[in-house]
Design a protein around this ligand. Structure first.
Ligand SMILES: N[C@@H](CCC(=O)N[C@@H](CS)C(=O)NCC(=O)O)C(=O)O
Length: 208
């Protein structure tokens, strides 16, 4: 088994933290080459994206959450996706929000701004996708809304999807840390979110 990653890119990091929480050993290959993924990795398909988990029989599983679900099924403890029906649904809801409103908002601000992402406005394409400078500000607005939503949720619970650490916290942390690279700041008045970040960053798994 092998996990393909790319430096500290946020989506592979979701899986790396998940693996560390589970205490699983999986060989990692960094597919980065300069500012892009290596050609031979892209040619092997099918998605032109990392993370990608390759099983011993050659099966390739893409999408961070698909990989994490596979690993949750093969290594059930500690549970990170929920146990009861309501917990499973709540964690899924928050994890999806953290990807859609957090990681993608930060990505919008990042990919449309940095020079090395010229013509790579969206990941995973073999054709040029031009940057759209207007999306930088939209990403900032979306990310700020997201931060306020998490802060309000943290008034009710210690963690994003309830009172224990789950995969939703992993995606939320990767979004918040990635936003920093996109020069998006957490609003100063989101004290609960700042405190949660410090709590989660103290976990050894998040040091990747
Ligand atoms: N929804 C996908 C997103 C994967 C993704 O966007 N990966 C980025 C790295 S964070 C990538 O492969 N980028 C390649 C590129 O920019 O060429 C997932 O959850 O795995």
């Amino acid at each position: 088994m092998k996990l393909y990653t790319w430096g500290r890119a946020p989506n592979p990091r979701r899986v790396l933290i998940f693996i560390a929480e589970k205490g699983i050993e999986i060989p990692v290959e960094d597919t980065g080459e300069g500012a892009a993924l290596k050609g031979e990795f892209l040619d092997a398909g099918p998605h032109r994206l990392v993370p990608m988990l390759e099983l011993d029989d050659g099966t390739r599983i893409g999408e961070a959450m698909a990989i994490c679900r596979y690993l949750e099924a093969t290594h059930p403890e500690p549970n990170l996706f929920g146990s009861t029906p309501v917990e499973l649904a709540t964690i899924e809801m928050w994890e999806r929000k953290c990807e859609a409103e957090g990681i993608l908002a930060a990505g919008e601000a990042f990919r449309n701004a940095v020079p090395f992402m010229v013509d790579r406005g969206l990941p995973g394409y073999s054709v040029a996708i031009p940057q759209i400078p207007e999306l930088i500000e939209r990403g900032r607005v979306r990310f700020t809304e997201f931060a306020r939503k998490l802060d309000a949720q943290l008034a009710k619970h210690e963690f994003i999807a309830g009172d224990r650490f789950t995969v939703a916290d992993i995606t939320a942390l990767c979004a918040v840390d990635f936003a920093e690279k996109a020069r998006l700041e957490l609003p100063t008045d989101t004290e609960r979110l700042h405190a949660w970040r410090a709590r989660v960053c103290a976990r050894p798994s998040t040091q990747v």
